[in-house]
Design a protein around this ligand. Sequence first.
Ligand code: SF4
Length: 556
Amino acid sequence: MHVLLVHPRSPKTFWSFDAALALVGRRVLLPPLGLITVAALLPAHWHLRLVDTQIREVSEEDWRWADLVIISAMIVHKRDLARQVALAKRHGLPVAVGGPFATSTPGAPELVAADFLILGEGEISIPPFVEAIEAGRSFGVFTADGQKPDVRTSPLPRFDLLQMEAYEMMAVQFSRGCPFQCEFCDIIVLYGRTPRTKTPPQLIAELEALNRLGWRGDVFLVDDNFIGNRRNVRLLLPALLEWQRRHDFPFAFTTEASLDLAADEPLMNAMTACRFRRVFLGIETPDEHSLAGAGKHQNMRSPLVESVGTIRAHGLQVMAGFILGFDGESPGAGERIVEFVTRTGIPLAMVGVLQALPGTALWQRLQREGRLLQADERFDEGVQTHLLNFVPTRPIEDIGAEFIAAFRQLYEPHVYLERAYRTCLGLGAPSWPQHRRPLAFLRRRPRWRPARLRGLLILCWRQGVRRPTRWRFWHHLAAIALRRPALLPDYLWMLLLEEHFLEYAGLVQQQVTAQLACVREGQPQPASGRCVASPATTSDASEAASDDLVSTAGSR
Ligand code: SF4
């Protein structure tokens, strides 16, 4: 049995980092961990081939080689998912679709042509699917029936199927689920509120596999909330530290955690000792009323500014997500987010607009209240540049305008440069031992490949010569090199990301403006594909919009 595993394309997102990755010779930020976990659950005698369409398209030879196609997709992939299913069917192949999108919306039109649906977590739903295939069945729906598997039985993901050099980071997962109850969150619907963790030896075996395959550098622990099960995290960290020490700290970790991390000093110290460098926090909004309404009570236990400061003081760089459009939100919410980000100096601040995801408590409440827009009226869920898919409690025009303004202000080149600089200067000293050898990063050759050096030269040309940021650029670079040399790679990485954020801010401006025009004219919304510009014109227009943003600071 020849199985083609296909990872669909996603539209440009805040996290796609396209323009920055292109400069350093990478194609994608993260590999499809779900798909390589599925691969590990398939019988050993099946022959597997993985195509990540963010790296290359499926070729005619791939289609001819395959007997069966398996696609795993999130909501953000749904457009390309439909295309891949159609292509597979055109080649006469049976198609199985799984992943969060199929699980949360099994009746979606994008799935109609699929022969098999694999719903829920693969550890439960893949074995009956395999049985059905081996028994010669040609269609079926395999579901975990709401059961959550014990992830201690989850196999080692098939990292060997990846084209590793195309990715900026590798991904592993220690836990699934989160104990909190944010109203808009689909994680707790999909993975439950009891965080299930792997064992420390299981995670170490995954790192060992990456190490054996030659990976060096960044690894993202893509847990829904890394500290959701603190007891087990405390068991993991000593084993992780011992492994990192034994291998001379080959990996730097990034993860996602809830803001109450700030109240646990021993945990933060244990994380930075293992070389955790970045943490993504769902801050959502500085408005207490909105946090309370969304059930995000864990963000209200301590003052937000202090919590962010505490985490940074322990040497962890903070990235954060913010949302506009909560019920009862007062005018100026976007301004307050910008003010908060500026005050706390969070360089990577993702601002988005609230969308109700299928199955969430928010979705159910809005349905009860009759506020969900009809399918042909609403903006696509899961697309970060799309507006709300329900009727908000304040004018959607105001929310859209604040969304655009927040991006323009946060990623204006001078402002961003200053924020990245202040962040590095204000970061506490992490406790991993290499940090005390400031130029140790120069020995880590994979980070300094020729493509990366070329990217840095282009960066210096754009930000240090052509744009009016030039004086600030060189001053800050010299100051970081002298005062925090160990942070120089992180600082340069943040500057590289500005190349993407400039483009993305342009995309937000162009797409939100188009959506607001639809709203004003009472036309169908972009989800129906009839109002917003076509993809080709969209990218041209977003480039024009980002040029406009750059031109406020000077030429490219
Ligand atoms: S803390 Fe994050 S993962 Fe947990 S319920 Fe809230 S939004 Fe979801």
